[in-house]
Design a protein. Structure first.
Lengths: 388, 388
């Protein structure tokens, strides 16, 4: 990646560091390394407020044009910094919500005279405003994602289980270039590529904080498709991550096996209305909780309050920031006072679960521009009949 | 899962806790929850040395037959323990190498009068000796894994890229029941389902500590297949994780496109010889570094020292424990004095990289029995010609 782009990202972090009186950051976790170095490396980026960054690499990598030092272990870092004449930071920022307790303490011990500060919230804040190049990465991901989804109907065969249908969709995503990896902030949520929810499985709760659940096929992976045969009159909700270049594009489309009850089409249209309402309000300065409330209002006025964002167990958000991870800032949820800013990218996913029929609704990824929002996942939004 | 099985696992942890003067453990991470509860939950298992365990669940789950408490946040745990009359632990064990720094401190703060101890090494030690039921889970995974690999030759088509071939193998694995999720201890290594290495890509380094590397198709996922067309005269090494039930079965087989140079068959046979040598020495009491040295000896005597376990960048191990994660204890590597014990399960993967041809070699998963080892991934081990 071009160094000006990396410098832009690093300077965004530095500007937040300056606001928080942090003198340097030591970055060790894959997502933040990918953000600041343009690639996954096995090593550490030392980012001082006022000097060029130094990269400490444990394994050979094709990196050039920077101050790079080969190390065997992190304990070698401080000696090299000293040799380079860099001052000991008064406050050093470490990834406190990402590094393990053991690793954090090991890295903090490299700077015994410095105050160690949890830098994860600040790094996530920096990453929440995408650069123009990141926006372009998202647009490309959106195009590939939509292209894969466009190929879904022909891979359905009558009598398939939800898992079998999932597998064919995973294959389409991979053939369009999906890397498969699903990066999630935090250690508790795990999912493989995405989820396909058919019929009543859409109402099954999962232990994870995704918009919807699903039973899964094993207690070790309790989310998504559950191995049931997809039946006539059921909806099939397809919600996969579009990781084509590191950026987690997010998109949901709904299919049906034959005709659904009229209520499903009504509910689907309500979700499209929610999307239109929120998209019309979303622009720099709009407050996340207001967008959430506007979404809930539309669903409630249409009579779907009980089924909006889940039946029984409900998701308490209608949208979430996306980036190198699927769950970035901002979150469109109650009590979130964050204002949208140009450069943010979020997924908006109004969904309604009809217990016998399944889930309906929509999800697209949206980039916040200076004037409003731009949809980056463009393909048909109506319920598509797989038999039609 | 049956409670006697869970009690057996928990008592294994308790017995190590007693040795280390730990009074209670609070378990919060998915892998350890899966081990101690038989399923992934969103919550915490409180495991005292001398009283029954208490499960604190944040989201509804179908769990019965235990002391279960519904909570909104972990701060509610200690009040409930007090109400139950459980004593404050003198030393409490937390997952210090798995929880983030922030989470560890939050959980440690629940027990301000207790000494917090990093329990990750002890939990990994307990998990390294499988129960009879876990062995059975591995045997079943091995059968499904071998079945999927047996179907590989027909999905190859001439002119395929390595990625296209990967995608068809991923599909075979999923159709046999693979859950897809690839669980790895530690935060630094990331891979999707496994790796396929064709031709010279096998010699490309990656930042990760897997046996071999590969360039990958994007800087955000630098490992495995690289998008090149597979050519005649090249080897194709297929190394996928067989996660059919939470247990990470590991198996590698080598294919060729047409005839390979004779050296490749010689090198492959050397790897089979390494496997036979190590398997004949492996039994309770055998020391890991001795097994590693025996492996290197066989390769060196055959003249392949320079290419054994990588050309250029070399892996410094020839085998690794497997379980709910791909990298468990023991590791067959230099300076590892761990002795094998009945109940351990490990992958043995002697591999040789021939720069122009690709990688050859073998990997099987082995269970340590009271007398020796049992191979749990059984299918053809010779190089199979995809054109033949």
């Amino acid at each position: 990646m071009l160094l000006p782009e990396l410098k832009r990202r690093r300077d965004k972090i530095r500007s937040l560091m300056a606001q928080h009186h942090v003198d340097a950051a030591l970055i060790a976790c894959n997502t933040n390394l990918l953000y600041t170095c343009g690639q996954i490396i096995n090593g550490y980026l030392y980012l001082p407020l006022a000097s060029p960054a130094c990269l400490f690499v444990k394994r050979p990598n094709m990196i050039s044009g920077e101050q790079i030092y080969s190390i065997g272990k992190p304990e070698e870092i401080t000696g090299i910094l000293r040799e380079q004449g860099l001052p000991i930071p008064g406050a050093i920022m470490l990834e406190g919500d990402e590094l393990s307790f053991g690793e954090y303490n090991r890295l903090a011990a490299l700077f015994p005279e410095s105050e160690a500060i949890n830098g994860t919230p600040l790094l996530r804040r920096a990453r929440s405003i995408k650069t123009e190049m990141e926006m372009e990465m998202f647009r490309r991901a959106g195009i590939a994602h939509a292209k894969a989804y466009g190929k879904i109907p022909p891979v359905y065969r009558e009598g398939m289980t939800d898992i079998e249908f999932s597998i064919e969709i995973e294959r389409l995503m991979r053939l369009e270039g999906s890397l498969g990896l699903f990066r999630i902030f935090g250690r508790s949520m795990e999912i493989f590529m995405g989820s396909l929810l058919a019929g009543s499985n859409a109402a099954e709760p999962s232990p994870f904080d995704f918009a919807l659940g699903g039973k899964g096929i094993d207690p070790s992976a309790p989310v998504g498709a559950s191995g049931i045969v997809i039946r006539k009159g059921q909806s099939v909700m397809v919600d996969y991550v579009g990781n084509f270049n590191g950026y987690m594009c997010d998109m949901t489309r709904v299919f049906s096996v034959g005709q659904l009850p009229q209520e499903a089409y009504t509910a689907h249209q309500v979700c499209l209305d929610v999307q239109e309402t929120v998209a019309s309000l979303a622009k720099p300065g709009a407050v996340c909780e207001d967008l959430y409330n506007a979404a809930v209002d539309v669903a409630a006025k249409a009579g779907f309050a009980d089924y909006f964002m889940g039946a029984g167990r409900k998701a308490r958000f209608v949208g979430h920031g996306i980036g190198l991870e699927i769950n970035e800032s901002p979150v469109l949820a109650p009590r979130i006072k964050t204002e949208l800013e140009a450069g943010m990218v979020f997924a908006l996913e109004p969904k309604i679960v009809l217990p016998e029929v399944g889930a309906v609704g929509i999800e697209n990824s949206w980039a916040v521009t200076t004037e409003g929002v731009e949809k980056i996942t463009c393909c048909r939004e109506e319920i598509i009949d797989l038999l039609g």
